[in-house]
Write a protein that binds this ligand. Structure first.
Ligand code: TYM
Length: 338
């Protein structure tokens, strides 16, 4: 019989550039919703960030910026634990143990490494390769059960489950680690580039017109939506017909996610309508939803001491949960210091 688990949410975002609409709809919106349903831990992944070069003079302020985005999008530090990864050393210590549990063959299959490394993988850091192992440690150090992420993180969640299962099996501690679930449902799970419906919206796309950033002003949002690539046909009646039109599908999905509706509900309202009408409606909705977040981010960023206070309190709370898990792991593994 498996013991019912204390439900716990964990997720994080890397401080590696401006947050965009994909991060917001794929992750931040869900963090804010779930904090009212389960105990919630949300961190800023600065250990992950340095797997690719980051300017040390900027990293701390990039961490504060992500924290500001969390707060601006509605995460409440009185309810959720918000902290920087580097302030909780238990993540890195557990990652070492998991480096010895995970198999090379498992990591060889990770598509995100292949995408990031491109043709020159031998020139990438070893950290970038073992990145998903650290991600598993982030999750399992809290014995988290629910991980709200965009669709691109699903494979890392499967790896996390494999690591948990192998640890539990090899050390004969059935049920020690839970097998956490990715929370990926809804139209915001995979937001695509505004310039190309076949590639995902991404911080690293060289074209700023491919994404809407959380800090974009109203004018920029309007322009980006107006210039978004589309086709000349009006919106169809059914989701089935939308499938063959990736750019149209993406804009309908964005509208649905911003408005808290399904794509089918949006089509029911806009079937037969052309983009000349739909785009201004989408732009107005995006401005209405995102402008207050951008403004709140700027307000939080003007008081870095307050952000640091929230992050330090969150880190202390996170360590209260992480430290006992690590102590148990050390003893299970048989460390001299365990
Ligand atoms: P990161 O920083 O790349 O992205 C943060 C979150 O945004 C989601 N996301 C998207 N969702 C929908 N459409 C898009 N176009 C889009 N682009 C990004 C991502 O899926 C993610 O949820 N490895 C993680 C950070 C991480 C983490 C963890 C997450 C480290 N440890 C433990 C959860 C649990 C990452 O690089 O996210």
């Amino acid at each position: 019989m498996t013991i019912p688990r204390h439900p716990r949410v964990l997720s994080g975002v890397q401080p590696t550039g401006d947050l965009h609409l994909g991060n917001y709809l794929g992750a931040l919106v869900k963090f804010t919703r779930l904090q009212h349903e389960m105990e919630t831990f949300i961190f800023v992944a600065d250990l992950h960030a340095i797997t690719q070069w980051q300017d040390p003079k900027k990293l701390k302020s990039q961490v504060r910026e992500i924290a500001a985005a969390y707060l601006a999008s509605g995460l409440d530090p009185k309810i959720a634990t918000i902290f920087p990864q580097s302030a909780v050393p238990e993540h890195a210590e557990l990652a070492w143990v998991f480096n010895c549990v995970a198999r090379l063959g498992w990591l060889d299959r990770m598509t995100q490494f292949k995408d990031k490394a491109g043709k020159h993988k031998e020139r990438e850091s070893v950290g970038l390769y073992t990145y998903p192992v650290l991600q598993a440690a982030d999750i399992l150090i809290y014995k988290a059960t629910h991980v709200p992420v965009g669709e691109d993180q699903k494979q890392h969640l499967e790896l996390t489950r494999d690591i948990a299962q192998k640890f539990n099996h090899d050390f004969e501690v059935p049920d020690f680690f839970p097998l956490p679930e990715a929370v990926v449902e809804g139209p915001g799970a995979r937001i695509m580039s505004l310039r190309d419906g076949s590639s995902k919206m991404s911080k690293s796309d060289p074209s700023d017109y491919s994404r809407i950033n959380l800090t974009d002003d109203a004018d920029t949002i309007l322009q980006k939506v107006r210039k978004a690539r589309t086709d000349p046909e009006p919106l169809p009646d059914t989701l089935e017909e939308l499938k063959a039109r990736p750019e149209a599908q993406n804009l309908v999905g964005i509208y649905a996610a911003l408005d808290g509706r399904t794509s089918a509900e949006v089509l029911a309202e806009f079937a037969g309508v052309g983009f000349g009408t739909f785009k201004p409606r989408l732009a107005d909705l995006a401005v209405a939803k995102l402008s207050p977040i951008g403004e709140a981010m700027r307000r939080y960023m003007s008081d870095p001491a307050e952000i640091d206070r929230i992050l330090a309190a969150g880190a202390a709370r996170a360590r209260e949960v992480a430290a006992p898990t690590l102590a148990e792991v050390k003893s299970i593994v048989g460390y001299w210091a365990g």
